[in-house]
Design a protein. Structure first.
Ligand code: 26W
Length: 823
């Protein structure tokens, strides 16, 4: 376009004052939604508000892109199969600083703000911790003005919706795009072919060297959708690019001409399944073909895009690792390593050594779990069929790597077997963790203990061979989402008390609250905020579940995916213990408790689904026992998602973080709850250890064995039956569950859970930790009676959580791993 015509195309400036916003909303109701003022619904209002924000984001987004280009900055690309963004309306309005103006405008029109906000479908493109971490990181990158872009998949169906049917989990598809997604910009012109299958031909390149061509492949097209990611209190707006699968041929002409219309569209349907649905499992790698195709589809499109943009700008590939860094969010995108090698070898004709140097210097890999069943492996025959050239490259990587290992440790065949990228037991499998490790210059864990366990266990051989490669980057959460948006009254109280709002950008400033813990008037205000939030949650629970909560009871919360290692069942053992004590001693002097659970189970995870049923069966008995009254209530809030978390977390007083020591890599819910003034009852696991260090041991309820004690216990033939026989109360509780006390309609229902504990070896050591957990819960009860002391400790939690801002985490990645700087 000529200079003259492009200046003619200058858009109107999109201002943030009330008249401009009002005009924006009116125009969008009219021209975007296409409705008369009389007909507009809450959803129409949502659409108009979203588009009004989007206009403002677009301008800043383009400026940000231009700024990065002019300054020729090094960029980071965050590759993740999951981005658990949640809703965007409120968050974007807050980050842009127009939330208050919106509120006033909606009041003028007598519109109900929260009803409008509730019409927005969540972008639930993730399972849990790993996906939400990616979303927090995007917020921090933009807020810190760092040139970081996310790449992911635009799943047509996100995380399933959870319903309860007689206490059992039922899954329903999440058709989140049904009413359109106002935040996305489809980019039909940004389209890349992704190849599968075929065969590899060796030939001699004109430079005289042997070269490889992957041919006779099937194609699927990847089309880009962009989503603007606004920083808080800055004009920076970064990009999240999500890929959608499109058929490469709308109609297969051959079939079409032969008159088979259905066959002709079949290929279209098949190829478009690749971005159809998020795999709803966050703990087991199933080794499914469709999942492998999804992973390759995603990284192939992302790398083509990254390399294309790079070469277009620099006209060379030689400076790739100086200008870009790529972070792999777990091994799910780890095929990017052989894929970049393939591009450098087969398209740019670099030598192996040069290609390898560029690749390793570009990539870094984050490990999020050490649970063996969650570590990805792919069968060699599957790779051979779908990605034959990649398999060749992986074999060559392995050959060279093992040659180096053998050189360093001559004669140590056992070590070679352990370190190989290929496991040889049964069907050969590619070990994606080993692949990601060898192909990255930095590998990180997500909390200190987790990183140490990586060094000592899963990656011990690798730590020896590549010292310094493993580093720690303790997770964080964004205070914009998890305080500013989640908890407006606490945000207000903090800002009023400190006299500024800088703390939302430098969370360590919360330490200025420490002296106020000893100020009775402040404690009173802090308690009033918590009380207000508890009442709000009680309203919500009454609406969603029809159950009335006592807002003066202790709100005891465990919200996270349902998994045996997270030990929701241990929580239940305490609930039943407490129930029996109350039942049998009506005059016992105790504090009222409401035990709140929420979380989804992977659809194929039978034990986890049974735990949900047990929670609900116990709730049924306890909540209807007249001898208990409202001294104890148990509640399972269905369909836990980001929006539900925003409602529960500000109201929580006790945060349960009770995984078996050594199993929870970090946890991030633990951070959200403590930041909002909940006291933690927790094991020495994941980031709990660092939270306790920061908030002070006196302000944290710790119990149970530490990771070393657990591993010693297992080494020494742990016997759960010993604990069962030694502890009468424990025995009674387990017998009640096993004997059908909570399931008179099906007395054997929970036998599989009991078997896992008593005859299955109690892998997660619930019985070993039971007694200390009960002791610790009694301490909680005692302290809750002293509401001044409880509040003092709650304030000290909030005040000392500054370390856990994802801004700190991202700064560490930027400095130590990506080598990118502020601009
Ligand atoms: C291939 C199946 C699969 C899918 C996802 C296996 C494993 C995963 C994730 C690694 C599970 C996950 O979300 N891990 C969590 O990551 C959080 C962010 O680092 C941590 O805080 C949690 O402790 C960890 O469980």
């Amino acid at each position: 376009m000529t200079k003259r015509s492009s200046s003619l195309l200058k858009p109107t400036e999109q201002l943030l004052d009330k008249p401009a916003l009002r005009r924006g909303i009116a125009n969008h109701l009219h021209y975007t939604v296409g409705k008369d003022a009389e007909q507009v619904t809450d959803r129409d209002w949502f659409m108009a508000l979203a588009h009004t924000i989007r206009d403002r984001l677009t301008e800043r987004w383009m400026k940000t892109t231009r700024r990065y280009q002019e300054k020729d900055v090094k960029r980071v690309y965050y590759l993740s199969l999951e981005f658990l963004i949640g809703r965007s309306l409120n968050n974007s309005a807050l980050n842009l600083g127009i939330a208050e103006n919106f509120r006033q405008i909606l009041t003028e029109f007598e519109m109900n703000e929260s009803r409008i906000a509730d019409t927005e479908a969540e972008a639930a493109l993730g399972n849990g911790g790993l996906g939400r971490l990616a979303a927090c990181f995007l917020d921090s990158l933009a807020t810190l003005d760092l040139p970081g872009e996310g790449y992911g998949i635009r799943y047509e169906y996100g995380m399933f919706h959870q319903h309860l049917h007689q206490g059992w989990q039922r899954e329903q598809p999440d058709n989140w795009l049904r009413y359109g997604n106002p935040w996305e910009f489809p980019r039909p012109e940004i389209l890349y072919p992704v190849e599968f299958g075929g065969r590899v031909v060796e030939y001699r390149h004109e430079n005289g060297q042997a070269a490889h061509q992957w041919t006779d492949t099937e194609h699927v097209m990847a089309m880009a959708y962009d989503m603007p990611i606004p920083g808080y209190d800055t004009d920076t707006v970064n990009n999240l690019r999500l890929w959608s699968a499109k058929s490469s041929r709308d109609f297969d002409l051959e079939f079409f001409n032969a008159g088979d219309y259905i066959k002709a569209v079949e290929h279209k349907n098949l190829s478009e399944t690749l971005s159809k649905v998020l795999y709803p499992s966050d703990s087991t790698s199933l080794g499914r073909e469709l999942r492998l195709k999804q992973e390759y589809f995603f990284i192939s499109a992302s790398l083509q895009d990254i390399v294309h943009k790079h070469v277009q700008h620099y006209h060379t590939i030689e400076n790739l690792s100086h200008k870009i860094a790529i972070q792999l969010n777990d091994t799910h995108p780890a095929l990017a390593i052989p894929e970049l090698m393939r591009l450098l070898l087969d398209k740019f004709y670099l030598t192996w050594d040069r290609a390898w140097e560029l690749t390793v210097n570009t990539f870094s890999y984050t490990n999020h779990t050490l649970l063996p069943e969650a570590l990805e492996t792919w069968p060699v025959p599957l790779l051979e069929r779908l990605l034959p050239r990649h398999l060749q490259i992986i074999y060559e990587m392995n050959h060279r790597f093992l040659r180096d290992v053998a050189h360093r440790y001559p004669g140590d065949g056992e070590r070679l077997r352990r370190m190989s990228l290929i496991s040889e037991e049964g069907t050969k499998q590619v070990r994606m963790g080993h692949l990601a490790f060898v192909g990255s210059h930095r590998v990180n864990g997500v909390a200190q203990l987790h990183t140490q366990l990586m060094r000592d266990t899963t990656f011990a051989d690798f730590e020896q061979f590549f010292p310094q490669r493993i580093v720690n980057k303790t997770n964080g959460i964004t205070p914009r989402r998890w305080l500013n948006e989640a908890n407006p009254p606490l945000t207000q109280l903090i800002s009023d008390t400190l006299g500024h709002k800088h703390w939302l950008k430098d969370l360590t400033l919360l330490k200025q609250l420490i002296p106020f813990a000893d100020d009775a008037a402040f404690r009173q205000q802090f308690r009033a905020v918590k009380q207000h939030n508890k009442v709000q949650l009680a309203h919500f629970v009454q609406q969603r579940c029809g159950i009335i909560l006592n807002p003066h009871s202790l709100f005891d919360v465990q919200i996270k995916r349902i998994h045996e290692y997270k030990r929701q069942l241990l929580n239940l053992l305490h609930v039943v213990t407490h129930y029996v004590r109350l039942r049998d001693n009506p005059q016992i002097d105790t504090v009222a408790r409401t035990v709140i659970f929420a979380g989804k189970a992977a659809p194929g995870y039978a034990q986890a689904k049974l735990i949900i049923k047990l929670i609900n069966d116990i709730a049924d008995v306890v909540n209807h026992d007249p001898r208990i009254g409202d001294r104890l209530k148990v509640i399972f809030i269905p369909n836990y998602d980001v929006s539900t978390a925003l409602k529960i977390i500000p109201a929580a007083e006790l945060s349960q973080q009770i995984s078996t020591a050594g199993t929870e890599a970090s946890g991030t819910g633990n951070m959200k709850l403590a930041l909002n003034g909940a006291l933690t009852i927790g094991t020495l696991d994941g980031a709990n250890i660092e939270i306790r260090e920061e908030v002070g041991a006196d302000n944290f309820f710790i119990f149970g064995m530490n990771a070393e004690e657990i591993s010693a216990l297992k080494r020494n033939a742990y016997s759960p039956l010993f604990y069962y026989h030694a502890q009468a109360e424990l025995r009674m509780v387990l017998d009640m569950i096993a004997g059908g006390y909570f399931s008179p309609d099906a007395p054997d229902r929970f036998q599989p859970l009991i078997d896992a504990l008593l005859s299955g070896g109690d892998y997660y050591c619930l019985l070993a930790d039971y007694a200390d957990y009960i002791r610790c819960q009694n301490e909680v009860t005692q302290l809750y009676r002293d509401s001044e002391e409880w509040t003092r400790r709650a304030i000290l939690n909030t005040a000392n959580m500054g370390k856990f801002s994802s801004d700190r985490t991202i700064k560490e990645y930027a400095q130590d791993i990506w080598k990118i700087g502020e601009i």
